[in-house]
Structure formats: structure tokens, C-alpha cells
Design a protein around this ligand. Structure first.
Ligand code: COA
Length: 113
């Protein structure tokens, strides 16, 4: 008898500035952020090809943004996937801030090149 696949789980790994999603016990992908002045700036989301198209990015971002709300921070969606997610899910509109040139400039200085 085959075991049912375990439900994917999301965990925050703050030392790596990311939330990771685990599928079948393996890291299937992540959404990466940096924090500034009460904002969590999401800049990249990636799901491994082996797990693509199963809604994992959506589940990951949903849980990450729910955690941002719980922590009292605000969301800045530099990552195009997070931006698209927010257009479809308006329950985070009250805690979303715009992507400004200043945020992009700041991000450029904090990310490794
Ligand atoms: C984008 C990505 C994270 C989606 O992962 P996934 O688990 O397959 O996504 P889901 O099944 O949850 O959702 C698929 C949705 O992602 C959208 N999508 C795919 N690539 C996208 C991109 N580059 N930017 C924004 N949205 C994208 C699809 O249009 C689809 O939208 P729909 O639900 O409205 O049809 C994955 O394809 C990936 O890692 N791509 C390479 C890295 C990348 O381009 N990241 C996004 C920019 S930071």
C-alpha cells in the first residue's frame, strides 16, 4: 500500500531571510526577503522544477504573508510572483506598501552581488 503524500509545510528560516516550503520532506522552494523599517521586502520566489505547477508557490506565499501580518510588519512585493499573488488575493491590501525607487535602491545595497 502506498502512503499518502505528506501535506507541504512552510517554515521560516530567518538566518537565510526566507520562508521555505517542504514537499515530501525535501525543500521544494523558497520566497526570500529582507527587512527594513517595519517592512518585509519580498524580492524572489522559486520552486524547483520537480515541484512546479502544483500550487506550491501560492501556498508558500499565502503562509509567508500571513506570518508577516502576525508579526505586525508590512509587505513590499518586489518579487513579480508575490505582486501577482497580491493582485489576486486582496486580503493583504491593508498591509501592502508600494515598490518605490527608494526601496529598490536600498535592496540593491543589502543584497550580495
Ligand atoms: C514562478 C514560480 C515560483 C511558480 O511556482 P509554482 O509552484 O509552479 O506556482 P503555482 O503553481 O503556485 O502558481 C502558478 C502561477 O504562477 C504564475 N507564474 C509563473 N511564472 C511567473 C513569474 N515569473 N512571475 C509571476 N508569476 C508567475 C503562473 O502564471 C501561474 O499563475 P496562475 O495561478 O494565475 O495561473 C516558479 O515557476 C519558479 O520558480 N520560476 C522561476 C523563478 C521565477 O521566475 N520566480 C518569479 C519571479 S521572482
Amino acid at each position: 500500500m502506498t502512503q499518502p503524500a505528506a501535506a507541504p509545510t512552510v517554515q521560516q528560516v530567518d538566518s537565510k531571510h526566507r520562508y521555505e516550503i517542504l514537499g515530501d520532506g525535501k525543500t521544494a522552494g523558497f520566497t526570500a526577503y529582507r527587512d527594513r523599517d517595519g517592512q518585509r521586502v519580498f524580492y524572489h520566489t522559486e520552486i524547483d522544477d520537480a515541484f512546479a505547477g502544483q500550487g506550491l508557490a501560492s501556498l508558500l506565499v499565502q503562509q509567508a504573508l500571513t506570518d508577516v501580518r502576525a508579526s505586525g510588519k508590512r509587505i513590499v512585493p518586489v518579487c513579480p510572483y508575490v505582486a501577482k499573488f497580491l493582485k489576486k488575493h486582496d486580503q493583504f491590501a491593508d498591509i501592502t506598501d508600494p515598490v518605490t525607487p527608494e526601496v529598490l535602491q536600498w535592496l540593491h545595497t543589502v543584497l550580495p552581488h
